[in-house]
Design a protein around this ligand. Structure first.
Ligand SMILES: C[S@@+](CC[C@H](N)C(=O)[O-])C[C@H]1O[C@@H](n2cnc3c(N)ncnc32)[C@H](O)[C@@H]1O
Length: 336
């Protein structure tokens, strides 16, 4: 990583940089991709079923589910370690089904530990972290309202679905039993919410069904925030160049600017290469440019906010912009 230093919430040049100097190269094997989720030993079968039922639109749900499951398993290993179960090498292995998974076996463990799973970690803000009342009070009537409500509803539905896939795996790891639904070859005992009978649906809605796995809501919410604020769209080298969402460790430490001073490009083997723009001096913060898939370069700022959790160039709390009825959030009205 020539000329690059992490610090604060972003990355900085540690020396003057030549234009086009290569700062880093991230191989696809270091990225979190849909392949990781679909080939997962414990939940891959459940994720594949979900893709069959729901189609490619389920990509983000599947990647978020995979991240949430790995994070919850990592937390379980950590809990055991803290409880002093680490004297013997095997003691802190979490047994999922019949397979022990030693601590080191969470593929992305060091990366998962750096991510903003909760509001405020790495100064992360996002409408997914808000209470319903805050969304109504702050965003009601604003341009951001519909997006915020839709994103939150998607995550709520996803949480119910993912409980059926990753819930049993995490419950087993915690020694709480759980059916075989999420496990590869386990018979597929779980059912998606759309496969439940009306009676089961009503019982679940009335709180009489199985309860959602403890900690799952928070983990899925965090995983969605992570996907929305950090995923890159890249051509997949394994799927005829189809575009895929990926999490790119290290590349995702750069903050956004509308006038970036680095560039990134995808190369044929699936790696991503980051190079310096012109006139970068030692100590300068290095900025990338985030792009929303549907709006390309011109994503409106209220959409930028619901997707990435901030408004470019604005340092004051968004609540102040809303209180001042900023034109970013409220359509302008002519004063006559
Ligand atoms: C991909 S991360 C960038 C690095 C990040 N701060 C981190 O947690 O590693 C994206 C998040 O960084 C923050 N961010 C990035 N650029 C920003 C900017 N120009 N102003 C304020 N926050 C920014 C937002 O919280 C955004 O959701």
């Amino acid at each position: 990583m020539g000329g690059l230093r992490a610090g604060g919430y972003g990355a900085f040049a540690k020396s003057d940089l030549d234009e086009d100097e290569v700062l880093l190269r991230v191989p696809r094997s270091c990225c979190v991709t849909l392949d990781d989720a679909l080939s997962d030993v414990e939940c891959g079968a459940g994720f594949r079923k979900l893709m069959e039922e729901a189609g490619p639109g389920a990509d983000t749900v599947v990647i978020a589910g995979y991240l949430a499951k790995e994070y919850l398993l990592l937390k379980e290993y950590d809990r055991r370690l803290e409880a002093g179960d680490d004297d013997d090498d095997d003691d802190d292995a979490v047994v999922v089904g019949t397979r022990p998974r030693p601590r080191g076996n969470v593929k992305f463990a060091p990366y998962l530990r750096t991510l903003p799973w909760e509001r405020g970690v790495n100064a992360q803000e996002h409408v997914l972290f808000w209470e319903d009342g805050d969304v109504e009070a702050l965003l009601g009537g604003s341009l951001a309202y519909a997006d915020a409500v839709e994103t939150r509803a998607t995550v709520k539905i996803a949480t119910g679905i993912l409980d059926g896939i990753i819930g049993p795996v995490v419950r087993r790891a915690r020694g709480e039993g759980g059916n075989e639904g999420g496990e590869e070859g386990g018979g597929g005992g779980f059912r998606f919410p759309w496969q439940r009978s009306r009676e089961e649906e009503e019982r679940a809605a009335a709180g009489g069904g199985e309860t959602i796995l403890d900690g799952l809501e928070e983990a899925v919410r965090g995983a969605f925030v992570i996907c929305l604020t950090r995923a890159f769209v890249a051509p997949s080298p394994v799927d005829g160049g189809r575009e895929e969402d990926r999490l790119e460790p290290v590349l995702d430490m750069f903050q956004h600017s509308n006038v970036p001073n680095i560039r990134h490009r995808f190369v044929d083997d699936g790696s991503i290469v980051v190079t310096a723009g012109p006139n970068v001096r030692s100590g300068d913060e290095l900025f990338n440019r985030y792009q929303g898939e549907e709006d390309g370069d011109s994503m409106p700022y209220h959409k930028f906010f619901t997707r990435f959790g901030f408004v470019p160039g604005v340092t004051e709390p968004v609540a102040n912009l809303i209180a001042d009825r900023s034109t970013i959030f409220f359509p302008q009205r002519a004063v006559v």
